[in-house]
Design a protein around this ligand. Sequence first.
Ligand code: GLN
Length: 276
Amino acid sequence: MNTAYQSLCARLMMAGVPDARFDAVQLYKFVTGRDPRLDNGPTPDEASSLRVLGERRAAREPLQYLLGEWDFMDFTLKVGRGVLCPRADSEVVCEAAIELLKDAEAPVVYDLCAGTGCLGLGIARHLPGAAVTCVEKSADAWPYLTANVAGTGVQAVQDDIFTYYNRLPSGEADLIISNPPYLTAEEMAHLMPETAREPAMALDGGADGLDFYRLLTAHYRDALRPGGWLVLEIGCAQAADVLALGAANGWVNGSCRKDYGSNDRAVLLQKPEKSC
Ligand code: GLN
């Protein structure tokens, strides 16, 4: 009987950790390299590391931060305190962009508010001809982004998207993708304990959660070539508002995609082929 694993499970359950068993298995594997369900127990050193990590998880530090890396699509990203954890929900946003670009030869792509770089890196992996630039303002997120893009050919730029559009050439980009902060003030006041440990800067979308969509729809059309796309992750209740912002700012062919949990998750907006 692996009593160390049993007590880790019990500790995490008592702390109200969602998916306590899953997290216990991951932490045990991380510390020992072995599956707790097939193992007799940790060494004394392993047991003490496990206790420390168990207490941190019981205090609701995100599992992703404790493990230091997390999978997204078919690759693994470095994560930690100071950067938004990549989420499975965002995979459909990346897949929508890859589909839009599948016939493009050497598409120019920007990932704005890139965080770990998950969206831009996902595009680059699936479209090896793409020239991808990940833009991130946060000094705390920056080391994760640079570590993740290293050796991939993806560029990282530290800049503020509220002014970055002034530095982009006109009409050259094929696609801009972004998972901007989009939580409302009300949502920010009621975060899950784990989300509250993630950077507010990556989550806080202003009073109604739409500040970044106003900016992106108003200022990032010029950088795209005619027919280019803006692909946005959204909160599940924001599709109508973001589509309306798109229409009001001269974008066409707006549509929404759901994630694998059947929630609205991506809005796609196209720059008109011809300006009229
Ligand atoms: N999907 C995240 C959450 O619900 C929010 C991400 C964001 O604001 N970009 O916690």
